[in-house]
Design a protein around this ligand. Structure first.
Ligand code: F6R
Length: 628
């Protein structure tokens, strides 16, 4: 939530910052703003609405050229999306500018204190207090990094802050607590950003920041580069009390083109198309020459995994749906009881956890606050936490006992697609690995599933080649108000995922149900010509499941529903009950979501486009949800 960029170097800070914000706009797009240090002063511009509004504003009212600057794209928490509430926020003298992601919980007390001391605050945000507090501290210590440390010690809540001061024109300072911030360094320049996508076009050398740390980027011509810096710029990291912190540098393995649309109209379309590769990449290096699994990254010893007597999966939204499928795979292949729980609910019910519980936290961004809090709670109770994560160096991956990275590459569209499929692959890998280590499946059985998993990327490709009728169907339904989704077993989470995609993109009433539940209430919703998507399990798996869903189709059709049936090739039993039939390749029962989800992604994307909605940036949403 909220995208932040800071820059010190030799180029136009405005150009670098605005280009960085474009790459971070997926994080929030209620308003945006920039501040640049130039000519001994500070100049800022900000505007409600999308970044394009700010760009227009800057054409009409250009800022002076400078090589130090900060920027922000906002997802509103405190105060509506207005010009006044847009970041950066300045102190009364206009010498300090600050941008912020997160929530400062004690802002009301701080604001009252500032008002008593004569400060005039002009926005409804929690952020503005920080600009005023920084200005006060700076006037006594004359050092922006030290001011930031002093201020951070007074703040409660979660925050990333990035600030500049007109009296230190070569410096940008950042701080983080429970909210993301990474440093990029290279070529005499340094960057701060919520996500590496903001600076990947300039450098692939990054530095991770830990919790409760302050970082100072300083233009330092002729300097050695300082801790983690490079010639021409120094990077200094301390804790909130000024003690030097150890830094970990790493190389970003995404290239700049991965964060571009690459000829597609939307990132979402590109990301849907990238799924075969993302699935294959997530398997890379995890299968040995004999076809068994080698998950070296899972640094939890096999002896500990053998002792696990319960697995709990925690995640939110789409990642939660991946977790629901993980439960079915884990229980089936390992016979270990597994629960999947919404991360936002998990710790509040006082879950029963101990050292024999394995908690799997699934998160694309690695920054989702609900999931982070759930895993912290689990670790406090002595459970081991394995993260399935797409973002190197993210907070969730750093705070877990082990991480299995999904290799989806950057996912920019707010609606998750390729991350979901790779999360599924990672869940299958974990489930099979547990089965391998514990011997709950024979080696040849594990190798058999691994072979089937390795073939899935090609099947996803095949599904993508047959999507034109799905797009046509989606366009024909653009004026409908409601679409229901039904599934059983692994098809149930897929139904929920199909409904979630449609809600967030098309802003339609879309609901997913376990097909068996229909007669317990939701069947009352069925009326003439209501589109109902039915995800049919493989008839080659548990035939009873298949037969039951065929009955469910008959029940809803008898009441007027228009059925849109997703069924595997060769499943003829569904034909008489399908008003529209979407074929998917035959796969093993548990792996079907890897192919059955794809048409639902395409369906939602096309329907949203037909309704004239913004596909990559749906209203009210942000990609990385860093508040609880
Ligand atoms: C839906 C979507 C969200 C995320 C959820 C968790 O398309 O993208 O539901 O799946 O906010 O995000 P991560 O995976 O980053 O923890």
């Amino acid at each position: 939530m909220c995208g932040i960029v800071g820059y010190v170097g030799g180029q136009s800070a405005l150009d670098v910052v605005v280009a960085g914000l474009k790459r971070l706009e997926y994080r929030g797009y209620d308003s945006s703003g920039v501040a640049v240090l130039a000519d001994g002063g500070l100049a800022a511009g900000k505007k409600a609405g999308k970044l394009v509004n700010l760009e227009k504003e800057l054409v009409g009212r250009p800022l002076p050229a400078g090589a130090t600057g900060i920027g922000h794209t906002r997802w509103a928490t405190h105060g509506g999306p207005t010009d006044a509430n847009a970041h950066p926020h300045l102190d009364n003298a206009g010498r300090v500018a600050v941008v912020h992601n997160g929530i400062i919980e004690n802002f009301a007390v701080l604001r009252d204190e500032l008002a008593e001391r004569g400060h005039e605050l002009v926005s409804e945000t929690d952020t503005e207090v920080v600009a005023h507090l920084l200005a006060e501290s700076f006037s006594s210590c004359g050092d922006l990094a030290e001011s930031m440390r002093l201020v951070c010690r007074r703040l409660e809540g979660a925050f990333t802050l990035v600030a500049v001061h007109a009296d230190e024109p070569d410096v940008v300072v950042g701080a983080r607590r429970n909210s993301p911030l990474v440093v990029g360094v290279g070529g005499g320049e340094a960057f701060l950003a919520s996500d590496v996508a903001a600076f990947i076009a300039h450098t692939r050398s990054a530095i991770e920041l830990g919790q409760d740390q302050v970082v100072e980027l300083r233009r330092d011509e002729g300097g050695s580069g300082g801790v983690g810096g490079a010639a021409g710029v120094s990077v200094t990291v301390t804790d909130f009390h000024g003690a030097p912190a150890e830094v970990r540098s790493y190389r970003i393995d995404w290239d700049a083109s991965a964060a571009e649309k690459g000829g597609y109209d939307y990132f979402m379309l590109k990301e849907i198309a990238e799924q075969p590769k993302a699935v294959a990449d997530t398997l890379l290096g995890r299968i040995d020459s004999g076809g068994s699994l080698t998950l070296d990254e899972v640094r939890i010893p096999d002896s500990v995994l053998r002792e696990v007597d319960k697995v709990v999966v925690v995640a939110c939204g789409t990642a939660f749906h991946a977790g629901m499928i993980a439960k079915l795979a884990i229980e089936h292949w390992t016979r270990i009881p597994c629960e999947t729980e919404l991360a936002s609910e998990f710790r509040y019910r006082d879950p029963i956890l101990d050292s024999r519980t394995l908690v799997i936290a699934i998160s694309q961004s690695g920054e989702t606050m609900d999931t982070l809090m759930a895993l912290r709670h689990a670790r406090e109770q002595g459970a081991k936490v394995l993260a399935i994560c797409n973002t190197n160096g993210s907070t969730i991956s750093r705070e877990s006992d082990a991480v299995l990275y999904t290799h989806a590459g950057p996912e920019v569209a707010v609606a998750s697609t390729k991350a979901f499929l790779t999360q599924l692959v990672a869940c299958y890998l974990v489930a099979l690995y547990l089965a391998q280590v514990r011997g709950s499946k024979w080696g040849d059985e594990v190798r058999g599933v691994v072979r089937e998993l390795s073939a899935i990327s090609g099947e996803v490709e095949r599904v993508l080649e047959t999507m034109e009728p799905v797009r046509e169907l989606a366009r024909s339904l653009a004026r409908k108000n409601t679409v229901l989704f039904l599934g059983r077993h692994v098809g149930y989470p897929v139904a929920l995922e199909g409904a979630l995609k449609l809600k967030e993109l098309a802003y339609m009433h879309a609901e997913g149900f376990a097909a068996g539940e229909l007669k317990h209430g939701p069947i009352a919703l069925i009326e003439d010509d209501l589109p109902v998507v039915v995800v049919v399990p493989s008839p080659r798996g548990r035939s009873v499941l298949h037969d039951k869903i065929v009955s469910n189709m008959q029940e809803i059709r008898a009441r007027g529903a228009r059925t849109i049936v997703i069924a595997e090739e060769g499943d003829e039993a569904v034909v008489p009950y399908a008003d529209h039939l979407i074929r998917i390749p035959a796969t093993p029962t548990l792996l079907q979501p890897l192919v059955s989800t794809v048409p639902l992604q395409v369906f939602a994307c096309e329907l949203a486009t037909a309704r004239g909605n913004e596909v990559d940036q749906p209203r009210n949403l942000a990609k990385s949800v860093t508040v609880e």
